[in-house]
Write a protein that binds this ligand. Structure first.
Ligand code: URA
Ligand code: SF4
Length: 186
């Protein structure tokens, strides 16, 4: 029997619910452990992700991996996904109607995996899920909403343009793990 997450995956790869389906090579469903305690949300697939059909496998993904390693997080134990599952042309920010169209997949992923903490990476996920802005000011914060616990951090791609953010992301990942450990002890 195919799992419910696998079902979402199957729906995503053939989805035509918004314009972005016209530009993609591959849709990019979430990937990782279905029993994950930590659930990461980026913005949208980039060029490498579109080519390979997997999240965070390009330059931004490398940055994320470095921060994960620093904090002792293994990709196998977490789940990683995006606000929209298809690459916007020229990596533009997803439009509101595209996010709305794709929202049910993200919601199902969260509801099925039931992670202990959802890590928001960057302004798009912050705005889309929590109505927030200015992630640089708010990163490191923990927010409770509708029964979910959110941890705010920067987007790994931001490091490409601002190297100083590498240590920020590393620090946040350590703090995220600490928060999870505290919950588990708790
Ligand atoms: N940036 C994102 O937001 N998501 C990816 O999967 C890759 C780059
Ligand atoms: Fe469907 Fe989401 Fe891709 Fe739009 S971005 S076509 S809603 S999977």
């Amino acid at each position: 029997m195919i799992s419910k997450i696998e079902k979402i995956r199957q729906q995503v790869i053939v989805c035509k619910k918004c314009e972005l389906c016209k530009y993609r090579t591959n849709a990019v469903p979430g990937k990782g452990n279905f029993n994950a305690d930590l659930f990461f949300i980026g913005e949208a697939p980039g060029r490498s992700e579109d080519r390979l059909g997997e999240p965070f496998v390009g330059v931004a993904g490398k940055k994320l991996s470095i921060a994960f390693e620093h904090a002792g997080i293994s990709r196998d134990e977490v789940y990683i996904t995006n606000v929209v599952k298809c690459r916007p042309p020229k990596n533009r920010v997803p439009k509101e109607d595209e996010e709305k169209a794709c929202q049910k997949y993200l919601k199902s992923e969260i509801d099925l995996i039931k992670p202990k903490i959802i890590c928001i990476m960057g302004n798009t996920a912050y705005r889309s899920l929590l109505g927030g802005n200015n992630i640089l000011k708010n990163r490191g914060k923990i927010i409770k909403k509708n029964g979910n616990l959110y941890f705010l951090s920067v987007h790994p791609a931001a490091i490409i343009y601002n190297q100083a953010l590498m240590s920020t992301l590393k620090k946040d990942m350590k703090s995220l793990v600490k928060t999870l450990n505290r919950l588990n002890e708790g």
